[in-house]
Design a protein around this ligand. Structure first.
Ligand SMILES: *Cc1c(COP(=O)(O)O)cnc(C)c1O
Length: 398
């Protein structure tokens, strides 16, 4: 990427921090022993693994023995949901509560479980992208094995009432999992105070490396392995540990948590400028609640255009953004998240997600506020949909 690139796709992945890269290096070259080996090189590696586990646990207010390393957020989500379903089934429980705007790592696992005989209630996320705890309560049944609700949405950034849901689930002794991949390192999390039983996180969303993450599992909550093999991770996840990635994850999380308040303040100010500036574009809307949101994600819709066209033209100007989730871009279907908010297909098609990190600057925001209005106008001028809207042949929806 050249000097002038404005990278605002941090919800898809982040740049590694210097601290994370530095923490990784010794385990790539010098301390290359296998943490399961009994010799000194292995034992030094094992100590580093234990140290990373303890530091990551501390940042969540968990115990070291409650952290299981995985290959990332997707694996952690799969393992949490599969385990809760299998263990629920043993006691005749075949019902799961979730939401319609989860990440595909959750949704596709749930769809598969539905085909295997489970019943899933998908809660309404309402127009503001926030679920109501009361509706979770009403959805719980005697045969509910699991509630899985994401901490913060990766496309629109809305934060869910996790502590309230945790309390409801604990009272009913129902396992509560949250996909906190967008939230860890960005907002404060306390698994004990929030009554969270299982939590997924991924290092590359907070300036760690790709391909490494963790699943927190409260002591006493059973989990099964997805991968058969050696006895790593107390038998819950076979395979030689990605120690370099894990050490980098601990360093990145320490840095993200120490800088959390300052980073959030900076990002929130930049996002507020973006929202206020982009809302001046006629027939645009901010998606998701204005207050209950992560400090770093802005998602807007612009009527009469296609998000893909917008992204490509922004890319020409050196701006790397997204239309929504990285997993759905490339397909022409509108985002399942925006549809879950109740947006019509035509509106959901014209979406733009800007996700910042603390590395972004005022001049990045200036560049976006300069480029987006021009590109939207350019695309509208050649859009037959926009022409019909302007002539009054179609009604404006936003
Ligand atoms: C990125 C993301 C994931 C997937 O994490 P990977 O480490 O890329 O597998 C899962 N859930 C959410 C909310 C995400 O943003």
């Amino acid at each position: 990427m050249n000097e002038k690139t404005v990278y605002v796709d941090n919800a898809a992945t982040t740049a590694m921090s210097d601290a994370a890269v530095n923490a990784m290096m010794p385990y790539l070259k010098e301390v290359y022993g296998n943490p399961s080996s009994l010799h000194t090189s292995g034992q030094v590696a094992k100590e580093a693994l234990d140290d990373a586990r303890a530091r990551i646990a501390a940042r969540l207010n968990a115990e070291p023995g409650e952290i299981f390393f995985t290959s990332g957020g997707s694996e952690a989500d799969n393992q949490a949901i599969r385990s809760a379903a299998a263990n629920g089934l043993k006691r005749g429980k075949k019902h799961i509560v979730s939401t319609a705007f989860e990440h595909h790592a959750v949704l596709h696992t749930l769809k598969k479980l539905e085909r295997e005989g489970f019943e899933v209630t998908y809660l309404d996320v309402h127009e503001n992208g926030v679920i109501a705890p009361e509706e979770v309560k009403n959805a719980l049944r005697d045969d509910t094995a699991l509630v899985t609700v994401m901490f913060a949405n990766n496309e629109i950034g809305t934060i869910q009432p996790i502590a309230e849901i945790g309390k409801l689930c604990r009272e009913r002794k129902i396992v509560f999992h949250t996909d906190a991949v967008q939230a860890v390192g960005h907002v404060p999390i306390d698994v004990k105070a929030m009554n969270i039983d299982m939590l997924s996180l991924s290092a590359h969303k907070f300036h760690g490396a790709k391909g490494v993450g963790a699943l927190y599992v409260r002591r006493g909550v059973p989990i099964n392995t997805l991968i058969e093999g050696g006895a790593q991770e107390r038998g819950r996840r076979a395979g030689t540990e990605n120690l370099a990635g894990i050490a980098a994850m601990a360093a990145a999380l320490d840095e993200a948590c120490d800088g959390m308040a300052a980073n959030a303040k900076k990002e929130r100010a930049l996002c507020d400028r973006l929202i206020d500036g982009l809302k001046k574009i006629p027939h645009s809307r901010l998606n998701g609640d204005r207050e209950k949101r992560l400090p770093n994600i802005v998602n807007m819709c612009f009527e009469g255009i296609e998000g893909e066209g917008l992204l490509l033209l922004l890319d020409d100007k050196g701006i790397c953004a997204s239309s929504g989730s990285a997993c759905t871009s490339g397909s022409l279907d509108p985002s399942h998240v925006l549809l879950a908010l109740g947006l019509p297909h035509e509106v959901a098609h014209g979406s733009l997600r800007i996700s910042l990190s603390e590395y972004n600057t005022e001049s990045d925001v200036d560049a976006i506020l300069d480029a987006v209005p021009k590109v939207v106008e350019y695309l509208r001028n050649m859009s037959p949909v926009w022409e019909a809207l302007e002539k009054g042949e179609k009604k404006h929806l936003i």
